[in-house]
Design a protein around this ligand. Structure first.
Ligand SMILES: [Zn+2]
Length: 220
């Protein structure tokens, strides 16, 4: 039997994401597949995927990263607390002051890889928010305009999160792609992991929100 879910206000509960070690056979889980939510029970725990039994004889092998605990029809969803930690950084002026903080704190790092010309670009670099909420890319650097565009999804994110994105994009003044060196350099940002987790959780929430808006739930 298919049920239509009432989607108003539904968000992914980040804490319902799975800790692999806490899973047991028979646990109720759900996952997204082809824009549908599937609920089922764990049959078997393989090294990278859980075997999940849906209705009848239907079985899916689901990557642990895509698996969520519980039953969305019963439990509902609530926004994760970390997403409530917001600020109001939404103007170009505020972005400029974040850029200046980065230049002060990481100037030596930028200088170690940038040419004189690139340092010049850094000093006249501008930043703004894009118009669309996205959940794949946090920002982009536009070389022709020497400007960083941050996704509108991050408009109310805390300053340290936006700075992490700016820090990443600044390195694109020099590196067009994400090589090993690039990854090492962007990790010089002090709150890298914390900011990364915030962005990941936020993007998951937006992604799930989008999907939940028009989906059907397949019950066991
Ligand atoms: Zn990049």
């Amino acid at each position: 039997m298919d049920k239509k879910i009432i989607t108003t206000g539904i968000s992914l509960n980040w804490s319902s994401m799975v800790d692999r070690d806490k899973l047991e056979i028979g646990m109720e889980v759900f996952f997204l597949h082809k824009k549908k939510v599937f609920t089922g029970k764990i049959l078997k725990l393989n090294p990278t995927r859980a075997r999940v039994k849906i209705r009848g004889k239907i079985v899916y092998d689901v990557n642990y990263k895509a698996l969520l605990l519980g039953n969305p029809l019963v439990d509902g969803f609530e926004k994760d607390p970390i997403l409530r930690e917001t600020s109001n950084i939404c103007t170009a002026m505020q972005l400029t002051s974040l850029l200046n903080e980065l230049k002060a704190d990481y100037g030596a790092v930028y200088k170690s890889v940038f040419s004189r010309d690139e340092m010049q670009k850094l000093s006249s670099l501008e930043a703004c928010f894009g118009k669309r909420e996205t959940y794949c890319r946090a920002g982009k650097y536009l070389p022709a305009r020497n400007e960083i565009v941050i996704t509108a999804s991050l408009i109310n994110a805390p300053g340290h999160v936006i700075k992490k994105v700016l820090h990443h994009e600044i390195f694109h003044i020099h590196f067009p792609h994400h090589g090993q060196m690039f990854r090492k350099l962007e990790r010089s940002y002090k709150k890298f992991d914390e900011a990364e987790r915030y962005i990941h959780a936020l993007f998951q929430t937006i992604r799930f929100d989008n999907i939940f808006r028009n989906l059907r739930i397949c019950t066991i």
